[in-house]
Design a protein around this ligand. Structure first.
Ligand SMILES: CC(C)(COP(=O)(O)OP(=O)(O)OC[C@H]1O[C@@H](n2cnc3c(N)ncnc32)[C@H](O)[C@@H]1OP(=O)(O)O)[C@@H](O)C(=O)NCCC(=O)NCCS
Length: 328
């Protein structure tokens, strides 16, 4: 069944955190951050702001572009691992704030690769339910799980949200046709990127001191290697599934974790630099929202035109990764 992305949107919080400000917080430098990651600045939530707040403007934009209102939505699927609360889930919190009570509302947790995984769940729902209008949201406020004393991680992350509206196709004229998606995980190497504290294995206990285990911990070098190797392989797989080659791809939108990963991946795959979309310099790694923001922004900037083939790939904790091909 043909499923299309009808509308896209994204949003980041207004507070900008620059490398110069990080220099005051931890022992680092603008030069180190820029040369090792390509990040110049990131947007972070303010006191009292949470994931569902970030999602609302992204959703409003996506719905408007799709020609729908909140009342038309039948399902809400939110990719996040930083929901406002452990319970209720982020999808229900968002649905409630946007006047969508009555819909099915679920969260999907695949860390930084959540967006495409949530889209795959959305595709399944569109197949199952005639006339479904599925709202796929990818949002993370990862700075709420950032240890601001750990210079190896705190310079990398930012907050943000992206949204997409999925329906069945209405005819041959449709833009945003999802051709295929592929997903993988490898829990054997999950220890390289974790948030351990606060789960059922390491539950909160009243009076506990909140230690580093309650925040993102990462073996950056190992994650780097797995990210490049696995995104390369899964991109090849999704292209071959569709009988396409890299020459058919007009724009490549990889997970925006780090410019060095993006360039190493593009070079390994043989993608010309001008086809690679990059915004990590302005947003940092926004986790699940990363490719969602990049896709919506690339479209908004006119980098994606009608007829273009977009190759998307995500990578994150788990470890988990995925890729998708979209014909605009
Ligand atoms: C995190 C990352 C940028 C670190 O770059 P790197 O070149 O591997 O650097 P290393 O971790 O080897 O650290 C090199 C040195 O810089 C230091 N360093 C680490 N963070 C620093 C910072 N913010 N400022 C200054 N120095 C820093 C280290 O302590 C180390 O010093 P040492 O040699 O004296 O021990 C890189 O590994 C990376 O991008 N990994 C992938 C991370 C990622 O994107 N994860 C999310 C995927 S979803």
């Amino acid at each position: 069944m043909d499923i299309v992305i009808r509308g896209l949107g994204f949003n980041v919080p207004s507070r900008v955190l620059t490398n110069a400000e990080l220099e005051i917080m931890v022992e680092t430098s603008d030069e180190w951050i820029l040369t090792r990651t390509g990040i110049r600045e990131r947007h972070i939530i303010a006191e009292g702001e949470a994931s569902s707040d970030l999602a609302i403007p992204a959703v409003e934009h996506a719905l408007k572009e799709a020609g729908f209102t909140a009342k038309d939505v039948t399902h809400v699927v939110v990719a996040t691992f930083t929901p406002d609360f452990v319970c209720p889930n982020c999808a229900t919190t968002l649905a409630n704030k946007m006047g969508m009570n009555g819909v099915m509302a679920i969260d999907v947790n695949a860390a930084c690769s959540g967006y495409l995984n949530a889209m795959q769940v959305g595709r399944g729902l569109v197949c199952l339910v005639e006339n479904a209008v599925v709202l796929v949201v990818a949002v993370d406020a990862l700075t709420s799980r950032t240890n601001w004393e750990d210079r190896t991680t705190c310079v990398l992350f930012g907050d943000g949200a992206g949204a997409a509206v999925l329906t069945r196709t209405t005819g041959a004229d449709d833009e945003g046709l999802i051709l295929d998606m592929e997903f993988r995980c490898d829990g054997n190497v999950g220890d390289h990127l974790t948030v351990i504290g606060g789960g059922s294995r390491h539950p909160y206990r009243a009076g506990d001191v909140v230690g580093p285990e309650y925040f993102v911990q990462m073996n950056g070098r190992e994650v780097f290697k797995h990210a490049v190797r696995n995104m390369d392989a899964i991109c090849s797989k999704v292209l071959s599934n569709c009988g396409k080659t890299l020459d058919d791809v007009d724009i490549f939108i990889p997970h925006q974790a780090n410019l060095r990963i993006i360039e190493a991946l593009g070079d390994r795959m043989g993608v010309p630099r001008e086809k690679v979309f990059v915004n990590v310099d302005r947003y940092g790694n926004t986790s699940a929202a990363s490719v969602a923001i990049a896709l919506a922004e690339a479209r908004q900037l006119g980098r994606i035109k009608r007829g273009d083939l977009a190759l998307l790939t995500t990578f994150g904790g788990g470890l988990t990764w995925g890729a998708g091909l979209v014909q605009f």
